[in-house]
Ligand binder design. Structure first.
Ligand code: SF4
Ligand code: SF4
Length: 112
């Protein structure tokens, strides 16, 4: 089990969750952040602090969001970023790359 970030983060991406993660396992892509499925220690701090409710335990996501379980996992694989398991965020792990399904999603209209 791990926690995952869902589509509510897309184009919001304020980074609040990264400030509370004790193991720095939340990584920055182009349009959203992604949680490393192995490095996450499931403390739940990020879920409690996200202002747009974008974070869930992977076994608690709604049916419409199940795809984000694979999106978070595949983001680190060779087919997307090839980051593997860096052992925690650092300057070199920040990318402008997104999972292809995220990159293809229409821009999120922010409310005035
Ligand atoms: S559950 Fe804890 S360890 Fe996992 S991403 Fe959130 S803050 Fe980091
Ligand atoms: S706190 Fe929520 S909206 Fe902000 S970066 Fe993390 S997942 Fe995205």
């Amino acid at each position: 089990m791990t926690l995952i970030i869902k589509g509510e983060c897309i184009d919001i991406k304020d980074g609040t969750c990264t400030k509370v993660c004790p193991v720095d396992c939340i990584y920055e892509g182009g349009r959203m952040f992604y949680i490393h499925p192995v490095e996450c220690i499931e403390c739940g701090l990020c879920e409690s602090i996200c202002p747009v409710d974008a974070i869930r335990y992977d076994d608690e996501v709604d049916e419409k969001d199940v795809v984000f379980v694979a999106i978070n996992r595949e983001y680190f694989e060779d087919s997307v970023t090839g980051l593997g398991a860096p052992g925690g965020w650092n300057d070199k792990t920040t990318t402008r790359i997104d999972h292809p399904l995220v990159a293809a999603m229409p821009p999120i209209k922010l409310q005035d």
